[in-house]
Design a protein around this ligand. Structure first.
Ligand code: ADP
Length: 414
């Protein structure tokens, strides 16, 4: 099984200035730094440093020699890379003394990836091989269609997001690897939990790898969700965090690692990347990742869940008699369907069963601690159907409400 990454190669020209140039102004600087970049290049470097063989394909300009050198020094195979006439894709970046920046991008060679070239590249690969793609080159949709026809497994990182991505048939993909911003743009959902629900519902067979920055990531695969916390590091530069993650995820996928291992290694590798400055230079090798893995501690991903669980309980305890799933959904700001699945995940029971358990518990407290009649207790905890309540109460406590009150009171008095 071979890995082919058809992606961008960029050059970042970073000019340091006292202030960012305004309309009509001319400013001089002698401070220029040149960095290799592009999501394609970063991801190929990450795949190679993660210990897998990768062909990097795409187009570079005559000025792109430093990119080709870096790719091959990092272990990527550049034999399919094409050098085209014209300028390499590049970014002109102005940075002022406060660290603010202004950037413009010139697609250059990255926009010269033609259909004929894609055909020529894909002819070297066959069924079961892995194609990795991002959204920084021309004809991405064509590459997906042709690769799918050849039986390649396709991993697509829809970054940077553009509306045209919505036209792509995700049914042709094996995996979508995306961050929160891209997930929100595709699903229209603001929270990651809702986005997960969206992808599970709309693309049940698609593998979805959603990265959540310092909150870690969640993988949806074969109908199951797997959440992984990010690791604690002193973050100094998050550039290439996502590219490092993608490269390691792809490499582990190709090695046949189980989902848990894939996520753990990809999170550890990207944690190391954010703890260092720069893009390509910050991508660690597999050896570095393995040597720190046992020392890394996960950030508390349960914090969010704990907070949500507390909100669910607050709502139910505050309005037990009138609580509804749609009322809770409104309070949390989610859809009812998603809230239902959230309750199930966090409390291990359906909304109605959890609500019922809470109502029965409150009824038991009222029976023991107040003089309210059984009928009033039943009304107070929100049951209109008295016999239904009595049946549920009997099931839970093995006694009728009245027997419960009398026995417990007698026992306490003895
Ligand atoms: P992108 O760079 O594409 O926006 P994310 O910001 O989601 O991607 O980051 C990708 C991965 O990098 C996360 O899933 C996480 O594992 C890791 N990561 C990002 N930021 C941090 C951080 N501050 N601390 C530790 N790990 C991080």
């Amino acid at each position: 099984m071979k890995i082919i990454n058809l992606g961008s190669c960029n050059i970042d020209y970073v000019y340091s200035l006292d202030h960012i140039v305004k309309v009509g102004e001319t400013e001089a600087t002698d401070r220029l730094e040149i960095f290799p970049g592009g999501k394609g290049l970063n991801q190929s470097i990450a795949i190679a440093r993660a210990g897998s063989s990768v062909f990097h394909a795409g187009c570079v300009g005559r000025d792109g020699g430093l990119l080709v050198d870096l790719l091959s020094e990092s272990g990527a195979d550049v034999s399919l890379l094409q050098t085209v006439e014209g300028q390499n894709g590049h970014a002109i970046i102005q940075v002022d003394t406060k660290g603010n920046n202004a950037i413009f991008l010139f697609a250059g060679s990255n926009a010269m990836v033609s259909k004929d070239y894609i055909e020529a590249v894909l002819s070297h690969f066959s069924e079961g091989d892995l194609l990795v793609l991002q959204n920084e080159i021309s004809n991405v949709d064509y590459a997906i269609r042709r690769a799918h026809k050849r039986g390649l497994r396709i991993v697509f990182n829809p970054s940077p997001f553009r509306d045209a991505i919505k036209e792509i048939d995700f049914g042709m993909l094996s995996y979508l690897i995306l961050n929160e911003v891209e997930a929100a743009a595709i699903s229209g959902c603001e929270s990651p939990e809702e986005a997960v629900h969206f992808f599970r519902e709309h693309y049940p067979t698609l593998g979805v790898m959603l990265t959540l920055g310092e909150d870690g990531c969640v993988l949806i695969e074969n109908g199951r969700e797997l959440w992984q916390s990010a690791f604690c590091v002193d973050a100094v530069d998050t550039t290439a965090a996502g590219d490092t993650f993608t490269g390691y995820f792809v490499s582990e996928l190709a090695k046949g690692s189980d989902p848990k291992t894939r996520l753990k290694i990809a999170c550890a590798a990207s944690a190391l990347a954010v703890s260092r400055k720069g893009a390509a230079p910050s991508i660690p090798t597999r050896g570095e990742v393995l040597s720190v893995l046992s020392r890394l501690t996960p950030r508390d991903s349960h914090q969010k869940d704990t907070l949500l669980k507390r909100k669910i309980d607050e709502y139910l305890d505050g309005s037990l008699a009138s609580a509804t799933l749609s009322g809770l959904a409104k309070k949390l700001g989610y859809s009812s369907a998603y809230t239902g699945s959230l309750v199930k995940r966090l409390v291990g029971d359906s909304f109605s069963k959890y609500l019922q358990a809470k109502r029965l518990q409150l009824a038991a407290n009222l029976l023991l601690n107040t003089d309210l009649s059984v009928e009033d207790v039943i009304r107070q905890v929100g049951y209109e159907n008295q016999s239904f309540f009595r049946k549920r109460f009997q099931e839970k406590y093995g006694k009728s409400p009245l027997q419960f009150r009398n026995r417990e009171v007698c026992q306490n008095e003895q």
